[in-house]
Design a protein around this ligand. Structure first.
Ligand SMILES: C[S@@+](CC[C@H](N)C(=O)[O-])C[C@H]1O[C@@H](n2cnc3c(N)ncnc32)[C@H](O)[C@@H]1O
Length: 308
């Protein structure tokens, strides 16, 4: 039997369920990042009428959906194709959605997937076989400036230039252990004191391989477009780049009239389509972080589609 607690321990499940509970009977709820299915399982358990369409880009997740019953449909797909999946399933609006971004513990823990700087594995990092790029292409073929820009933008890495120089000098880099060692040697000693020195570089390569920020912006837009009045959307992100996209999208959708304040009557006709359910991002409690340290960077934001 598969041990699901090892595949992935879900983050902020109680908050996800509490926020989505009011919309669970309104129609289908989408779990856009099924992973080990922890959130899906909790949503199905929260209401016996809940129905979930679960999606994951990683075909490994499919096995976790087995035996969850008829109220669950699973599709191995990228959530940026959510509109096509909904059309194929003949669903024309959704009651709710949850996006729990990033990688699963399963992806991090299986060395052969190439996500881990702790294990020797191939330079892969693709979440699913559909990704057109892998880590090997980035690490061994991109030029120095493109590498440095990627580490700076997606890893918020202060030593991006030094790391890019070291990678170009060490080519060809054979695997993740070699990449982690090259990065560790490239950064100054003081940078090795705050966590693993290759953490930011690996994060940047992973985001680039899977075009994670592009997928998030597209997937979020589709989910918001398909959300029925009163429907709810919850997003959990794990770094500031993702959280910024979510925060801005929710803020722009919840802003009504954008006319200058001195205009006597509204000329723009804009009404707020979204209602913020979380003014500030929610974070996991101390107990959850103690029990599951991987939850520590989680930031949860939620909105509802206005009923007016
Ligand atoms: C943090 S895990 C989700 C864990 C899940 N909520 C649970 O309770 O087990 C993130 C999952 O999202 C998937 N994923 C990431 N980007 C995706 C995308 N663009 N489309 C579909 N799935 C994606 C990953 O493959 C991974 O399995």
């Amino acid at each position: 039997m598969v041990d699901r607690s090892i595949y992935h321990r879900p983050v902020m499940t109680e908050q996800v369920v509490d926020l989505l509970r009011p919309s669970l009977r309104m129609g289908v709820t989408v779990d856009a990042t099924f992973g080990g299915g922890g959130h899906t399982r909790a949503l199905l358990a929260a209401d016996r009428k809940a129905r979930v369409l679960a999606i994951d880009r990683d075909p490994d997740a499919a096995a976790q959906a087995a035996g969850l019953g008829k109220r669950l449909m699973f599709r191995a797909a990228d959530f940026r194709r959510l509109d096509a999946v909904l059309e194929e399933e003949e669903i024309d609006e959704i009651a709710g959605a949850v996006f729990d971004l990033g990688v699963s513990s399963h992806q991090l823990d299986v060395g052969e997937r190439g996500f881990s700087y702790h294990q020797r594995g191939p330079l892969d990092m693709r979440m699913g076989p559909d990704a057109p790029l892998d880590a090997e292409a980035i690490v061994n073929t991109w030029d120095r400036d493109r590498l440095a820009g990627t580490f700076r933008r997606y890893g918020e890495e202060h030593h991006a230039g030094r790391i890019a120089d070291a990678i170009v000098a060490a080519r060809p880099i054979a695997d993740t252990a070699e990449l982690a060692a090259v990065v560790a040697d490239a950064v100054p000693a003081r940078a090795r004191r705050t966590g693993h020195p290759a953490r930011r570089t690996f994060q940047a390569v992973r985001i680039a391989v899977n075009d994670e920020l592009g997928a998030l912006a597209e997937g979020l837009d589709i989910a918001l477009r398909m959300l029925r009045p009163g429907g709810r959307l919850v997003v959990i992100s794990y770094h500031s780049l993702e959280d910024r996209i979510v925060k801005r999208r929710f803020a722009s959708g919840s802003r009504g009239c954008v006319c200058p304040p001195d205009l006597p009557v509204c000329g723009c006709g804009r009404t707020a389509g979204l209602v913020l359910l979380t003014r500030k991002a929610l974070t996991p409690g101390l107990d959850e972080v103690a029990a599951n340290p991987r939850s520590r960077s989680a930031r949860l934001r939620a909105v509802a589609r206005s009923t007016e």
